[in-house]
Structure formats: structure tokens, C-alpha cells
Design a protein around this ligand. Structure first.
Ligand code: NAD
Length: 521
């Protein structure tokens, strides 16, 4: 696979010549350790200058309205489809993930661009509100949505393209300019997309700054809204930094998603679906299934099916071969977390029925099914973000719900059952932001519903139809007379007990109940 030409000597903004001397980030393929590219780190001044440039470009972007922006977003969609191979190469080069996992990111990107481009006009349209009382019928009430000028998007390394797209596209569609700071582990793919934005000739309202935490912190110092995806510890720091500046923010953080398998479930579907939900993208997915609770009567049968399926999976360095299901972990540090969770579980009495150790060169860890685990173990209490499936036997659905809710996280969950009503009932009992019934991961492919975490899995929501765009806007309330006006309103100065008494009586008559509508008893 060819090296990505984000050449040494560029600064951290859109790959252009350096304004200030910068240190570089070396990007390596974790499957092989091969150096695949370098990017220079954007300094605080680079970030400030990039933001100033975005501020200059944003008013015209807002002014062309949703239909003008739709044209550019759909042109970018064309570009993504036409350059899918290059994008997939870039994704694979810095993550080592299977070709299909890279292609999923591109399919997701095409889908997101189409959805937000085509719906923005409807979602951002002015809304008239009905007055809450007949007294206010003399007013026309309107809510308008005006975008923040610059939205800052900070993303992690698990989906170098899709994680940015999930927020960059709705923010652009809303009329904001966007400053994206991708993970220092995977900075190359967002630069390819940014190049696409330039190549189609789109307005300069999308900039990418490369770097690690310091560059992210500089972004927070400059932008008007922060959309962050990443770990809980970093999310907490970002929340504090935003609070100090009164900058609004939304945090999409970690998870420890439970799956509940009830005795009436289709066990084949549950085993296939849970293996996919736990191991897709090597388990490096925020809504990855990280704990499985199985009702006792079907525990042995389910575990047998799950282990048999996991043993079939192919793991390796895929490049363009489309012939592996799992790749490596994205970083050596992530490999160490996964190894620690498995080692600690086994030392405390758990058993790996398949997998259980690192394998080969690079940062590969075998897909692993752990049994005899409990809630004292790190593999159950901490986010693993790797290819492990700890399985717990439970007496009944009440125990499954109790253990599922025994977590600091609350991102999403799945329930596997043959009974629709039971599935709906359990979905409502789980303390999480999303539940898939008889499926895994699929909520992430539905931007018409909200994606957000409960508990320490985050604050604020991504998507949710119109809310996915309106969150990047400041709502403004406008009142206007709907009838010809008098020189003075009744309440205006000078105060008059009789005029106020009339108003007071009218307000009470319309909102109080019983005899009190006419005064005190
Ligand atoms: P991370 O928190 O280490 O880093 C995320 C981003 O924050 C990176 O771009 C990093 O450079 C930046 N950053 C670090 N310190 C910063 C600071 N002080 N100020 C501003 N930016 C800073 O996370 P990661 O290891 O890259 O990603 C893995 C985590 O992301 C996991 O916890 C996973 O669950 C989470 N994640 C969540 C979702 C979701 O939608 N909920 C999706 C994907 C990943």
C-alpha cells in the first residue's frame, strides 16, 4: 500500500506550508509497524489562524442557505464515491483494519452526506409557535435557527473517516464552518477528505488541524461549539475547559455495552449478532458489545454457538484483499489494555474458551470469549475497546437487567428475545442511550434517532433528525405584532391599578382552575 503523502515540512492545517516551525507526528500501520505518513503538529497560533480564516468564510456559507450548501455536500458525496479506493487505502494504512471495515466507513459517509444535505432545509426552517394563551394571539411567534460560526470537532482513532463525518457533515449542513482535530493516531484520512473538499472547489469552511491534546486544547480556546468523541477522562477535561469559556459542548464518550440473551431468543441469530457487535472493527467501537448476560436455561447452548462462530473468524493484515474479518488493535497501548483485562480475568478464575492472547507481529489480539467472569473483574467494569466477549450466566431477566445497569457507563445495549413485548419492556428498563432489539450496532446507522450516552458515556446527543442540525445552531425567538398596534400596551407606564387589574383578571381566568379563575376564595 502506498505511503500517504502528507509530507514532512507541512504544518498542521490542511497540509499547507508551515507558519511556524512544528514537530511532526509519524503515522504507522499497526498491523506491520510500517511508517505510512507524517504530519506536522499545528501550534496554538496555527489553530487560531485557521479559526480566523473559517470565521471570514462562514457568513457566505450561512448566506447560501441549506439549498446552496446541499449542492456542495452532494458534490463531496460524488467525490467520496469516486475516490473510495484512495480513502479506503488511507483508512487501512493508519488503522490496519480489514478492507470491509474501511469500506463501511465510506458507505456511512455517503449515507450521512445524502441525509443531512437533503433534509437540512426542512430541519432548519423557521418554526411558528402557537401562543399558549388567547391573550397572546396578538403576537406572531417564530423560532429561527442561526448556526454557531465555527464548530470544533475532536475525534478518536477508531474510525478515521466516519467519526469526523458523523459531526462535520451535520455542522456544515447547519451553516457552521468546521475545524476538525482528528486523533494523532489517525491524522491522514481526514486530510484526504479535506483535500476532496478543496478539489470540488467548495468554500473554505472546513479545515483540519493535526496534533494531539495540546492542539485539541487550542481548538477549544477558539471555537464557538465543541463536539467531542473520545474517552471519559479526556471528555471530562474538555467539559471543564468549555465550562470555563461558556462554550457549549457535546461529549460522546466510552461504553461497556451489555447484551442480554433471553431463553426464548433465536440463539443462532444471537450468537452471530453478538459476535459481530462485539468484534466488528476489532471491538474498537464505542457501542461494541462488551458484556453478555445469558439466561441459565440456554447458557451452554448459546456459549457453544458463540465460541464455534468466533473460532471461524479470520484475523490478519488485509490490505486490499477483502479476506479478513478482524485486524489489529490501533495502538500498542490499546493492545496492553486488552491484554491486561484478559490476564486479570484469567488470574481471578475466568477461562478463555477461544483466544486469550496477542498473536503474531503488530498489535493483533485473538478474538476471545471469556466465561466464569464476574463484576469484580476489569473485563466487566472497565471499557476494553478490543476483541473480547465476556459471558455471564444469569438466573433470569431481572438479574440480567440488574447486572446490565451495574455500570458507570450507559451508551447502548442489546436484547435478544423471541417476544416483542418483552424486548420493548427490557429496552425501557436499561439505563442506556440506545437499545437494539435482536440486533447490534444498527442504531449507529440511523441518524433519525438520537445517539448519546447516559451516565459517564457522555452528555448531549449526536443526531436525532432535526435536533442533529439544530444543536449546531442558536435558536432565536422572534415576536411580532399580528394585529395593528396601539400607541401603548396596557402594562406600559404609567402603572394603572385598573388596567393591570383587567390584565390580571384575564390571565387568571385563562389559566387558573375552578372558582379561583374569578379570584381568591
Ligand atoms: P482520547 O480521549 O484519548 O482522544 C480523543 C481525542 O481527544 C483525540 O483527538 C485527542 O488528541 C484529543 N485530546 C486529548 N486530550 C485533549 C485535550 N486535553 N483537549 C482537547 N483534545 C484532547 O480517545 P481515543 O483513545 O482517541 O479514543 C477511544 C475512546 O473514544 C474510547 O473511550 C471510546 O469509547 C471513545 N469513543 C466514543 C464514541 C461515541 O460515539 N460515544 C465513538 C468512538 C469512540
Amino acid at each position: 500500500m502506498s505511503k500517504i503523502e502528507a509530507t514532512p515540512g507541512v504544518d498542521g492545517v490542511n497540509g499547507k506550508a508551515p507558519a511556524t516551525p512544528a514537530t511532526e507526528i509519524e503515522v504507522r500501520n499497526p498491523a506491520s509497524g510500517e511508517l505510512v505518513g507524517t504530519v506536522a503538529i499545528a501550534s496554538a497560533e496555527d489553530v487560531a489562524e485557521a479559526t480566523r480564516a473559517l470565521r471570514r468564510a462562514q457568513p457566505a456559507w450561512e448566506a447560501i442557505g441549506p439549498s446552496g450548501r446541499k449542492k456542495w455536500l452532494l458534490k463531496l458525496q460524488d467525490w467520496v464515491i469516486d475516490n473510495a479506493e484512495e480513502l479506503a487505502d488511507a483508512i487501512q494504512s493508519e488503522t490496519g483494519k480489514p478492507r470491509i471495515d474501511a469500506r463501511i466507513e465510506i458507505a456511512f459517509t455517503v449515507d450521512q452526506l445524502g441525509y443531512w444535505a437533503r433534509n437540512a432545509a426542512k430541519f432548519l426552517a423557521d418554526q411558528s409557535a402557537s401562543p399558549h394563551t388567547p391573550l397572546m394571539r396578538v403576537k406572531q411567534l417564530t423560532t429561527v435557527y442561526q448556526p454557531y460560526q465555527v464548530v470544533g470537532v475532536i475525534t478518536p482513532w477508531n474510525f478515521p473517516l466516519a467519526m469526523g463525518i458523523a459531526d462535520v457533515v451535520p455542522a456544515l449542513a447547519a451553516g457552521a464552518a468546521v475545524l476538525h482535530k482528528p486523533s494523532e493516531v489517525t491524522p491522514l484520512t481526514p486530510l484526504v477528505l479535506q483535500r476532496g473538499w478543496s478539489e470540488i472547489g467548495a468554500p473554505a469552511v472546513l479545515a483540519v488541524v493535526s496534533g494531539a491534546g495540546a492542539t485539541g486544547a487550542a481548538l477549544i480556546d477558539n471555537v464557538d461549539y465543541v463536539q467531542f468523541t473520545g474517552s471519559v477522562p479526556t471528555g471530562r477535561k474538555i467539559g471543564v475547559a468549555c465550562a470555563e469559556r461558556m462554550t457549549p459542548y457535546s461529549l460522546e464518550l466510552g461504553g461497556k455495552d451489555p447484551a442480554i440473551v433471553l431463553a426464548d431468543a433465536d440463539l443462532d441469530r444471537a450468537a452471530y449478532g453478538i459476535a459481530y457487535g462485539a468484534l466488528v472493527n476489532g471491538g474498537q467501537l464505542c457501542i461494541s458489545i462488551e458484556r453478555v448476560y445469558v439466561e441459565a436455561p440456554v447458557y451452554d447452548e448459546f456459549v457453544g454457538k458463540l465460541v464455534a462462530h468466533v473460532k471461524e473468524l479470520r484475523q490478519g493484515q488485509d490490505d486490499r484483499s477483502n479476506s479478513f474479518d478482524l485486524g489489529p488493535l490501533a495502538t500498542a497501548a490499546q493492545l496492553q489494555i486488552v491484554k491486561r483485562h484478559v490476564d486479570e480475568a484469567i488470574a481471578a478464575g475466568a477461562t478463555a474458551l477461544t483466544g486469550g492472547k496477542p498473536t503474531g507481529a503488530g498489535t493483533f489480539f485473538e478474538p476471545t470469549v471469556l466465561v466464569d467472569v464476574d463484576h469484580s473483574m476489569s473485563c466487566i467494569t472497565e471499557e476494553t475497546f478490543g476483541p473480547t466477549i465476556p459471558v455471564v450466566k444469569v438466573a433470569d431477566e431481572a438479574e440480567a437487567v440488574r447486572l446490565s445497569n451495574d455500570s458507570i457507563f450507559g451508551l447502548s445495549a442489546s436484547v435478544w428475545t423471541g417476544n416483542r413485548a418483552r424486548g420493548q419492556r427490557l429496552a425501557r428498563a436499561l439505563n442506556v442511550g440506545a437499545v437494539n432489539i435482536n440486533d447490534s450496532v444498527i442504531n449507529l446507522f440511523n441518524p433519525t434517532i438520537p445517539h448519546g450516552g447516559w451516565g459517564q458515556s457522555g452528555t448531549g446527543y449526536r443526531w436525532g433528525g432535526a435536533n442533529g442540525l439544530r444543536k449546531y445552531c442558536r435558536p432565536k425567538a422572534i415576536t411580532a405584532p399580528s394585529l395593528p398596534t396601539q400607541k401603548k400596551e396596557m402594562l406600559w407606564f404609567p402603572y394603572s391599578p385598573s388596567k393591570f387589574g383587567f390584565m390580571e383578571a384575564a390571565m387568571r381566568a385563562m389559566s387558573a382552575r375552578g372558582r379561583r379563575r374569578f379570584g381568591p376564595r
